[in-house]
Design a protein around this ligand. Structure first.
Ligand code: GLC
Length: 510
């Protein structure tokens, strides 16, 4: 049994704008989410993580936060958020929210105050204002410095609507401690820390990447951990994207973050040797620290897993998103189902991004004028960006909006999603939704935190056993493979051929 809830949790990521719309304005909201809580309880997840829900001009889907202590009116009210937390808890679901400490919004009180106070003022010291721009590039494309009418420039590693905080200023530290307390006091169980590794800047070293993973960032999280530890079982989850495992592990030292997203696994191609290496390396990094690994196949920033795994090149690379690259969706679908059983059988916690349980593909044909991702505009309309994985969920019915809400969804849903609705998949025993339901339920009883033992297998097969006796076998080769000895087949991602496990299929055995 997991020692604490988060060590072996299945965490469902809710992209609120696209989950369920309660008031008919075409945008998902808390009212919609609250009515769908029974769906999440039935799915069998232990926790939800919600993307930012704060007041925001939506320059970057809410990652431009205007007020860290309130709720975006399009999503609802603070009172509704408090009710939602209570209702989730009553169903045994913990709540993780997103906190964005690297940057704010140009609409925030602090930034407006800084603009009004003018150059040289203490209000400008909370951000990075300069008389001359530096040469860093924005992660969304274009320069990272924008000039104001008064002549000064301000730093934004992301969109110009997202001015970076100055973390050498003690006021900024104090502010975020207060924000964490604000939400912990309201019963929030965990914080997902956005862009966790880029808070500290080194402008003088001449490095074009002088903001990634500087040593001083760890002191910030030590302070956050002390604060979280004053409460009961509250966790800090880092969004830490970089390949160096040794540097990654430093965020998981016992006095820092509880867990961090395993993007190495997400980015890994659907290839047996690479996956085995990623899994082994993940376990080697985490076990000595006593931190549970996490397993992530998708989120709101990357192409849907069905689409990725159906492409000729199945790895993920932020710098080369391969938007619009053709994909064999049937193949991708088969692999995504096998990958889900793999991820859910591994020791640690697992994330499910909304729609992953429905096998939704990436939507590649969103009309240009409807695209909202700043990557699209900032890249000069060369990178379509992340809207294709953020299309509102199909719940029921034969045509859009597929039960998402009464209004026209903020991004159009493909007509053929009628086959992928929650309603259609509930009725179909072999559906991806029913596979996820069954797997999450079995996982709850028999898996979660712990270790694994590899079984001997062909090099193109991954096979391991967990403490509970459950064996997971994944066939990544072209030829069928004979299942190892077992009492029964608990679950399979595709149809077995007697004792043979077909290509791109996974099975759980007792
Ligand atoms: C993180 C978020 C992403 C956002 C960025 C800037 O990477 O996941 O959606 O655009 O931070 O806040």
């Amino acid at each position: 049994m997991p020692e604490t809830w988060w060590r072996g949790a299945a965490i469902y990521q809710v992209y609120l704008r696209s989950f369920a719309d309660g008031n008919g304005d075409g945008v998902g909201d808390l009212a919609g989410l609250r009515t769908r809580l029974p769906y999440l309880a039935d799915l069998g997840v232990n926790a939800v993580w919600l993307n930012p829900w704060y007041p925001s001009p939506m320059a970057d889907g809410g990652y431009d936060v205007a007020d860290y202590r309130d709720i975006e009116p399009v999503f609802g009210t603070l009172t509704e958020a408090e009710r939602f937390i209570e209702e989730a808890h009553a169903l045994g679901i913990r709540v993780i929210i997103d906190v964005v400490p690297n940057h704010s919004s140009t609409a925030s009180a602090w930034f407006r105050e800084a603009l009004a106070a003018g150059p040289g003022s203490p209000a400008r010291e909370r951000f990075w204002f300069r008389d001359e721009p530096g040469d860093w590039k924005s992660i969304f494309g274009g320069p990272a410095w924008t000039q104001l009418p008064d002549g000064q420039w301000y730093l934004h590693l992301f969109d110009p609507g997202q001015p970076d905080f100055n973390w050498t200023n003690p006021e900024v530290h104090q502010e975020f401690h207060d924000v964490l307390r604000f939400w912990f006091d309201r019963g929030v169980d965990g914080i997902r820390i956005d862009s966790a590794a880029v808070l500290v800047k080194d402008f003088d070293g001449g490095d074009p990447d002088g903001y990634t993973d500087l040593d001083e960032v760890h002191e910030i999280y030590r302070g956050w951990r002390r604060l979280a530890d004053e409460y009961d079982e509250r966790i800090l989850v880092g969004e830490v994207w970089f390949p160096d495992q040794e540097r990654f592990a430093r965020y998981l030292r016992p006095d820092e973050l509880h867990t961090a997203f395993n993007f190495d696994f997400l980015a890994c191609p659907w290839e047996p040797a690479a996956l085995r290496r990623s899994i082994e390396q993940t376990l080697d990094t985490h076990i000595p620290l006593g931190a549970p690994p996490t397993w992530v196949l998708s989120n709101h920033d990357v192409a849907r897993v069905v689409t990725r795994y159906g492409r000729a090149e199945t790895s993920w690379d932020h710098g080369n998103r391969r938007d619009g690259v053709p994909s064999d969706l049937e193949l991708g679908h088969r692999r995504a189902r096998a990958a889900a059983l793999l991820a859910m059988a591994l020791p640690g916690s697992v994330y499910v991004y909304q729609g992953e349980e429905l096998g939704l593909p990436e939507v590649d044909d969103i009309p240009d004028e409807l695209r909202e991702d700043p990557m699209w505009t900032r890249s000069g309309h060369t990178v379509p960006g992340r809207d294709g994985c953020r299309v509102p969920l199909p719940w029921s019915g034969e045509e859009p909006p597929f039960g998402f809400g009464a209004g026209e969804p903020w991004l159009p849903q493909p007509e053929d999603w009628r086959k992928l609705t929650v309603e259609a998949q509930t009725a179909d025993l072999g559906s991806t939704l029913n596979l996820y339901r069954a797997a999450l339920r079995l996982r709850r009883d028999r898996l979660g935190d712990g270790t694994l033992t590899w079984l001997e297998s062909r090099p193109d097969v991954l096979a391991f056993t967990r403490e509970s006796g459950l064996t997971c076998v994944v066939n990544l080769g072209a030829d069928p493979v004979r299942l190892p000895p077992h009492e029964s087949v608990l679950l399979a991602s595709g149809t077995l051929d007697g004792e043979e496990l077909p290509s791109d299929t996974a099975a759980w055995l007792a």
